[in-house]
Design a protein around this ligand. Sequence first.
Ligand code: UDP
Ligand code: MG
Length: 327
Amino acid sequence: MKVDLSVVVPVFNEEENLPELHRRLSQVLAGLVPSWEVLFVDDGSRDRSWEIIRQLAEQDPHVRGLRFSRNFGHQMAFAAGLDHARGEAVVIMDADLQDPPELIPQLLAKHREGFEVVYAVRTARHGESLFKKLTASLFYRLLVRITAVHIPLDTGDFRLMGRRAVEAFRRLPERHRFTRGLVAWLGFRQTGVPYERAPRYKGSTKYPLRKMVRFALDAITSFSHVPLQVATWLGFLVSAFAFVYILVVLALKFAGVSWPGYTSLMAAILFLGGVQLTMVGLLGEYVGRIYDEVKQRPLYLVAEVAGTLPEAGEFPAGHGQLEVHPS
Ligand code: UDP
Ligand code: MG
């Protein structure tokens, strides 16, 4: 059973936001399209989020839910949502109302003009720390410089994708996922719609520094080999410097000047040691990711569903596994 529009929402401990999100989404969608669904993907919440999703699904036939067997991460929740959404067009957005549902009509209008992907571009970010805004801004500007795929600036995951883009996205099998980059990689006609990012409605961020760093590393390693190539350039640079240095030392030696040389030796050893360890660590980041890919594990496991179950064979090759058995 197809619908006109699906809204996919990753949820991690968002109990306070779900009722308000549902209310605002319903208001916007009711007048917009004849048939729609809201698909909540509960990424292993430890609060009452799943209970609320189940209640919403009981009261409102538009609501469906998937519950992961544990916390697999925001990006995996997108993969699961896009695997199970039935819409001709699919919107993905956060649960904390930082992405206003009221923008969806504009996204859809652009899609109807013929754009396969319509992403929301933040012109301002309210209620976020200076540190977050600064690191995010630096990160996206660095990313654009070192990647070949054109990843639009100041764009989060809030976007609308047409069915063609969704089906193409579902064929990307990688485990370390940077959804914004992957969608940019798809190509087709893409465009942006500006909006102001609201502060979080309730609760606190689910992205501590640790997750932000991992996310940034996944983004860079998935789309760029530049960090690996840094080794080559550093190698050249250090070798050139060493060559000149050797010439100088030899000339001095022949001129009869020689000295114990402890300082220069230590400097060279420490510098080279630092460079080498850094590059070995970088190699490790890539090798570790290759290892994760080789293992070929499913991206996520679904433990429970709410609302109507997918019909048998409705979603063949997806990224994950449905570990539920309808009773
Ligand atoms: N989220 C998730 N899994 C996680 C962390 C976050 O599904 O492990 C969801 C979260 O519930 C929210 C969205 O991802 O809907 C964005 O998270 P958050 O608002 O905390 O990030 P921020 O806006 O602070 O960058
Ligand atoms: Mg947020």
